[in-house]
Design a protein around this ligand. Structure first.
Ligand code: UDP
Length: 241
């Protein structure tokens, strides 16, 4: 059994990238629809006042620590997590695994054309990777049935959903049984980066845990969202008292 770390009522698995990949493969082999979440401080904070979201997080099959806020909070509880396990890490690691094992991948989400371009770039990096389909994330509520049928008919082993958190978590939770995909995971803005539409922070900033600052400078509109991090910190400290 994996150790669970409780942060603001959300239970997070104490895993590194290797453990997460191993777990993900177990889900694929079991063949039962599973939900993997890479949880950051913003979503943990949102969940602390959204019981529906908290419920979805706590019944997910794997919740990885995504972001320095979560690693910091875990450390205060005595867990020395080796690393963050982000959505984009999972996309690359799973693509490598899938290309080795012949697992089929479907990319759902981001603006029109972005998932295709991300698929092209993943294909260049992993020539044996089978991407059985892509679809943008701007479909209407009335089109959901069609989206589900399209994915189910292609029977991917892995569905990467880039609708942004927590929208992607609600989507996966609601439809995973109908999709019949063994491994469904939310990957946030990963396709934007993999397609080249957006740049990821330089390696040094990622290492120094300053990726959030890079994103903020490029997209000042994110400030409101990123205010969740200090609020998260304050709430974690308050809970310790
Ligand atoms: N997105 C989408 N459908 C929507 C809303 C958002 O496909 O209805 C996509 C958006 O184009 C972007 C991603 O979801 O590719 C969200 O990116 P963001 O960086 O905001 O996500 P985060 O990683 O912070 O969750």
């Amino acid at each position: 059994m994996q150790k669970k770390i409780e942060i603001l009522g959300c239970f997070i698995d104490a895993v590194d990238s290797r453990d997460a990949l191993q777990k993900a493969e177990e889900f694929i082999l079991q063949g039962i629809p599973s939900h993997v979440i890479t949880l950051n401080a913003e979503i943990a904070y949102a969940a602390s006042s959204d019981p529906e979201l908290k419920k979805i997080i706590n019944k997910a099959d794997l919740v990885t620590p995504d972001g320095i806020g979560i690693v910091w909070a875990a450390r205060r509880k005595g867990y020395d997590l080796k690393e963050r396990v982000t959505g984009i890490d999972m996309v690359y690691n799973l693509s490598e695994l899938a290309s080795e094992k012949g697992y089929k991948v479907f990319l759902l989400g981001a603006a029109p054309g972005v998932a295709e371009k991300a698929a092209e770039n993943l294909q260049l990096k992993y020539p044996d990777l089978i991407i059985c389909g892509t679809r943008d994330g701007y479909f209407r509520e009335e089109e959901v049935d069609e989206v589900i049928d399209e994915i189910r008919n292609l029977s991917p082993h892995i569905l990467m959903v880039a609708l942004g958190a927590p929208k992607q978590e609600f989507f996966i939770n609601r439809y995973k049984e109908r999709l019949e995909v063994p491994l469904c995971l939310g990957v946030g803005g990963s396709f934007d980066v993999i397609s080249g539409l957006k740049k990821r922070a330089p390696e040094i900033m990622i290492k120094l845990n300053l990726e959030w600052l890079y994103r903020l400078v490029l997209e000042p509109k994110r400030l409101k969202r990123q205010m969740a991090l200090p609020k998260f910190v304050i709430k974690v400290l308050k809970e310790e008292k």
